[in-house]
Design a protein around this ligand. Structure first.
Ligand SMILES: [Zn+2]
Length: 295
């Protein structure tokens, strides 16, 4: 039997309607199949993976890590600011990308929350400090403290027992300290504790500098006059040499900072790794001390 074009068209159309209806029914089903309680109680259907970054884990992996003693979470604060002519404006975040997992690994029972990339960086209008430079994103103190408060309260709600602020930039410290003071009293009845570990910033930076000079024999011999130095450059290169514009600087004959050459590439990355190792050890010890004092 011959079907007319029109009949074919009708058939196709009814198929499409059927498929569309099925689609709606299925998506409706998948949304309602498990209750929140069932999801929270389910066994992991697949093996977990190893990551120190909270955002790279599933909620089931996080649930099981907390239940098995991974009860500390670090909230690292970075920034988006001017950093001299060679370094990208994400410098602080890039340094934390390498440092935070190293600290968590040393602690053995810790994860890293996503890096807080937005921090105070000067008055917006009229602009002061880093805000005078294109690309900088600045929060006023109240916005920053509100952001940190909500992140810390969320992580307490997840079941972490020790919530730790560390920050790579000077302008971040005051806000973390204020929020910690406030949450300490708000959490008094709770089993969770809030910590501000200034040591990552200070003496973390200074001690890493003297370690590099005294133990590794690498010291700056001049000052190029930029918001940049061999410590930030080498630590950034551990995560991504492109963000210090390594190749372009080699090409332009500008592959040094404050009198220290940044090539060969592998050597500077190795230097950065040693800096991060030192600074992470110092910070992990300070976090452990803070947790032990509070218990
Ligand atoms: Zn900074």
């Amino acid at each position: 039997m011959k079907t007319s074009l029109f009949e074919k068209f009708l058939n196709i159309n009814s198929w499409m309607v059927t498929l569309a209806l099925l689609g709606v029914a299925q998506s409706g089903l998948s949304q309602n199949r498990f209750s929140d309680e069932e999801l929270l109680a389910m066994e992991r259907p697949i093996a977990g993976i190893q990551s120190f970054w909270l955002e790279e884990l599933t909620f089931l992996e996080i649930r099981d890590l907390i239940a098995n003693g991974t009860t500390t979470v670090i909230i690292p604060t970075g920034g988006i600011e001017e950093n001299g002519p060679y370094l990208t404006i994400g410098k602080h975040n890039l340094i934390l990308e390498a440092s935070c997992p190293a600290i968590a690994e040393k602690l053995g029972d810790a994860l890293c929350a996503p890096v807080v990339k937005f921090v105070p960086g000067g008055n917006i209008d009229p602009p002061t400090g880093a805000m005078k430079f294109p690309g900088t994103i600045s929060l006023n103190a109240a916005t920053y403290e509100a952001l940190l408060t909500d992140i810390a309260n969320s992580l307490r709600q997840s079941g972490f027992s020790d919530i730790v602020f560390i920050g790579d930039s000077g302008g971040n410290q005051r806000g973390m300290e204020n929020v910690t003071t406030k949450l300490k009293s708000e959490w008094e009845e709770s089993s969770a504790r809030i910590h501000f570990v200034r040591e990552f910033y200070s003496p973390g930076w200074e001690e890493t500098e003297s370690f590099t000079e005294q133990e590794l024999g690498v010291a700056e011999s001049s000052h190029d006059g930029y918001h940049d130095d061999i410590w930030v450059t080498a630590m950034m290169m551990v995560s991504d040499p492109e963000q210090v514009r390594f190749e372009q600087r080699v090409e332009a004959g500008l592959a040094s900072i404050n009198g220290v050459a940044i090539f060969p590439l592998e050597e500077t990355i190795e230097l950065g790794k040693q800096m991060i190792e030192f600074r992470s050890e110092l910070t992990a010890n300070a976090i452990r001390d803070s947790i032990n004092i509070k218990r």
